[in-house]
Design a protein around this ligand. Sequence first.
Ligand SMILES: [Zn+2]
Ligand SMILES: [Zn+2]
Ligand SMILES: [Zn+2]
Length: 155
Amino acid sequence: MLNAIENKRKEDANERFAPLLRRNKLKVTQPRLRVLQIISEKDTAISQPDLEKLLGDSVDRVTLYRVLATFEEKGLLHKIFDLHGTATYALCSTECGENHHHDEHVHFICAACNSIYCLEDFKMPKINLPHGYQLQSIGVNAVGLCAQCRGLGEV
Ligand SMILES: [Zn+2]
Ligand SMILES: [Zn+2]
Ligand SMILES: [Zn+2]
């Protein structure tokens, strides 16, 4: 029974993410599908060590490192640093593409559990830069307590 569920999940991941990989001219591989599946199932950003734990033996560390680097470069994942300076990853909006990201939204970081949430509804204000300066990215973090840490449970 467990195997059947596992197979079903594999098929789902294939169906959902194989077209995304192909659209980005990436070969469809199990490690890539697994990483996308795990990240899409979470509503918070995830660090490489946490991904490693969830992947278990199915993907080795070097492969995982390369998968994440490729996804970031291709505009599938964006990187957010948590309160300890650890890089975490979240899925990108569909507007992101190779070498250009449009994840100009606020990231909410919980000071208690260190979870990071993408707040897509909050768009960045236009920033007036000094003459001759070029903007590459803006990052705004909102730090506070998430609903779970406030004892309100899942909302
Ligand atoms: Zn992006
Ligand atoms: Zn929390
Ligand atoms: Zn984000």
